[in-house]
Design a protein. Sequence first.
Length: 279
Amino acid sequence: MPELPEVENVRNTLKYLVVGKEIIEINIFYPKIITGDYDEFINAIKGQKIVDIKRTGKYLIFILESTAFLSHLRMEGKYRYLPGNDVDEVEKEDISRNKHDHLGFGFSDGSHLYYNDVRKFGRLQLINRENYQKLPPLNQLGPEPWEANASDLYLEIHRSNLPIKSILLDQTIIAGIGNIYANEICFEMGLNPHTPGSKLSKKRIVELIEVSMDILERSIQAGGTTIHSFSNVGISGDYQQKLKVHGKKNCPVCRDEIYKEKVKGRGTYYCKICQKKKR
């Protein structure tokens, strides 16, 4: 699943590829990919230039001249870009016929951008250009680690008896952290993922914020981890090689076995020696 670092890398690459381009054609091959009326979606964005692309949590926000839309990649969403000079007249009719392409944008320079999603879980949605952060779904997100206030986050986490792994995945508490990075954050802190949130001190919450920022920033610089979730938009996924616990067999510190268990239904990797549970 694309997490914050992967979505940030998609954003940066798409900004380079499509900002400033005018959308002259929209083809929707799977109407449910649009939240709301898809005719309204088409009419609102056709003829508009893409002015900017922003990100909040795991959401991409495409800013157009007089409107905006957001894109959530969910499990397997990706964008596929084709420059105009890659398309000859014979291919134009069939260019979007990859069976997992569910929406296509055609630009005035002949280039195309396709939203591709094997599982069809991703969604695009028209939003208000001026105050989208104050409206659903973005106003339901918690702060990203860089924006988190330690005192407020401590109060939020300390009142919960849920496992800290589950809390890290709750986007209404902290935005942007997914399963891979939650495992890595817990390991870096020597924190057992089963530990109830109520057991964490304020000092540990400060550490949680710092570790989260550090891991996410390093992953952004390395191009993220989930290589299979991206197409030809410049994602390298090099952080896959730097993971310490997720998907590993032995702990890099003590060399003991890495255990994989389910925590509230999510696959969780951890070392029982280095990550002792606080009771």
